[in-house]
Structure formats: structure tokens, C-alpha cells
Design a protein around this ligand. Structure first.
Ligand SMILES: [Zn+2]
Length: 291
């Protein structure tokens, strides 16, 4: 009987792919189910293999980070229910950044749960335009989605509080103008961990870092992001995609009684160093090409 849970989303995926969902076609892992699980304390993984979503449970309802593609919403709902929680108890919806693979399902989740939608300044207008005002992808029809109303615009350093849990929104711009890295603390087995859920440090193919009229301060914003990311204390390393922090490699190591594989402060530091190097190489290449 347990098999019936992943089968339902698979059928949905096939229908949606057949209907021409470009993003699902080009990234099959985005809509591939992944087992939901407790990361630590009141923090749970409820995303797919390729798109990370997190549930933070509290006595006053739950916080969901990342709605993913609209096609993923039934899978997120199933994951939450499979963990023993109620999807309808989702009180607050947050995102990593305003790209369709993290926010296209938000309108549907708001309708289904009545959750309050909180989005960072710089990304809020993009969310409310359904991606049309995105500086890079606004004219790419395949990357547009149903607009969703933002109930509260967040600013750098804002707290999101519910039932005794506090998440802090760090503006880490560049990848999008309001790209958000979330931090919180979780307690497990009498230990408290600093959690970092990385928004995105990536310079996507086609991103103009030099002379970009749609985002003139893009390079400076990436610089700001590196400073912020390097300043954050991190024990538990997570992010908007499982590939950032090795979800597939670490998940099988998560066994009761042994060290939590997601506690990886060195992995976080190394990842940031590597991504900053990639950014500097791309910036240098584009500066040279612009001469
Ligand atoms: Zn993105």
C-alpha cells in the first residue's frame, strides 16, 4: 500500500509532461518524488528529488519553504501528510527566490491552505507578476506561472515567527534581486544547530554580470551575497536544490543514533568558496569580453 503514494504524482507528471510542461521535460528530477523525512528537530524535507521544500512544524501551525512547480504541489501535500502533519495547517509560505522552480505552486498552495505568503523585497513584485518582471526570464513564456499575492514584503534581517520558532530572512541577492537565505535554530538530542537554507549562489547561463540594464547592480549584489553567506554560522547545510548540499548522498546516511549527515559546516564553507570562485571566473570572462 505504501507504494501508492509515489505512484499518484508520477501519473500526474506524465500527464503534465505530455501537455508540454517544458520545465518538467528538461529537468525530470524536479518532479521525481523523494521520501519525506525529518532533517532535525521540527525541520522536515518535503520536496522532490531535484527541488527542495522544507516544513517547519510548530504548535500553532506550520511554515512551508518553497512551493516549487505547480505540478509538485500534490507531491508536497502527500509528503506532509505522510509525515503525519496536515497540509491545511500550513500557515506561512516562504520561498528561496522568485524563480518558477521554487514559487510557481504558490498561488495553488495559498488557495488550498489559506497560508500567508511572505516574500523578500526585490522578489515580491516578480512573484506578483507571475515571473514577467524577472530581469532574466521575464520574456520566456515557459518560465512564467500563475501570479500570487504577497501578503507581507520582507526586508533583510526580518524575522518570521510562529509557535515559538523564528526564521530569519537574509537578503542574498544576485541570482534574483530578492534571493533569500533562511536561517533558524533547531534542537535535537539536547544539541542546538544553526541551520542555513541557501537561496542560490549560482550565476545562471546567460546571466549578464556586466552592463546589464535590467539589473545594473547585479555584480555588486553578488558581492553582497558572498559577504552575507560567509558571515552566517552554519551547522546544518541546506538549500533550494538538493544538489547544493548533497541530498541524495546524505539521505541514506541518516540513521537513528549516528551523526546527522546534514550537519556539515565544512561542506557549507567549501561550497561557498567554490561558488564564489565560479562567480569570479565568470565576471572576469565577461569583463574581458566587454573591453
Ligand atoms: Zn533560480
Amino acid at each position: 500500500m505504501r507504494q501508492s503514494i509515489p505512484i499518484i504524482p508520477c501519473v500526474l507528471i506524465l500527464i503534465l509532461v505530455a501537455a508540454g510542461t517544458v520545465s518538467a521535460q528538461s529537468n525530470p528530477e524536479w518532479t521525481e518524488p523523494f521520501p519525506p523525512f525529518c532533517i532535525a528537530g521540527n525541520l522536515y524535507y518535503v520536496g522532490s528529488k531535484g527541488l527542495a521544500s522544507y516544513l517547519v512544524t510548530t504548535p500553532q501551525g506550520n511554515i512551508l519553504i518553497n512551493s516549487d512547480l505547480e505540478a509538485n504541489v500534490p507531491m508536497i501535500e502527500a509528503s506532509i501528510e505522510r509525515l503525519g502533519f496536515k497540509f491545511k495547517d500550513t500557515k506561512i509560505l516562504l520561498i528561496s527566490h522568485a524563480h518558477w522552480d521554487h514559487d510557481a505552486g504558490s498561488a495553488r498552495i495559498k488557495e488550498m491552505t489559506g497560508a500567508t505568503y511572505l516574500v523578500m523585497d526585490g522578489d515580491a513584485a516578480v512573484v506578483e507578476s507571475g515571473g514577467k518582471t524577472d530581469f532574466a526570464y521575464g520574456n520566456t513564456p515557459a518560465f512564467l506561472y500563475r501570479p500570487a499575492k504577497v501578503d507581507r514584503v520582507l526586508h533583510d534581517g526580518d524575522d518570521v515567527r510562529l509557535g515559538g520558532t523564528v526564521l530569519v530572512a537574509h537578503r542574498t541577492p544576485g541570482h534574483t534581486k530578492g534571493c533569500t537565505t533562511w536561517t533558524m535554530r533547531v534542537s535535537e538530542h539536547s544539541k542546538t544547530y544553526d541551520v542555513v537554507i541557501l537561496g542560490s549562489p549560482n550565476v545562471n547561463p546567460g546571466y549578464k554580470l556586466v552592463d546589464n540594464p535590467a539589473y545594473p547592480q547585479i555584480a555588486e549584489d553578488y558581492e553582497l551575497m558572498w559577504r552575507v553567506l560567509k558571515s552566517l554560522p552554519c551547522d546544518l547545510f541546506l538549500g533550494a536544490h538538493g544538489s547544493y548540499f548533497g541530498l541524495e548522498e546524505k539521505y541514506p546516511l541518516l540513521k537513528k543514533g549516528s551523526a546527522n549527515p546534514f550537519v556539515d559546516p565544512d561542506g557549507y564553507k567549501k561550497y561557498i568558496v567554490q561558488k564564489e570562485q565560479d562567480f569570479r571566473a565568470e565576471l572576469a570572462r565577461q569583463k574581458l569580453a566587454a573591453k
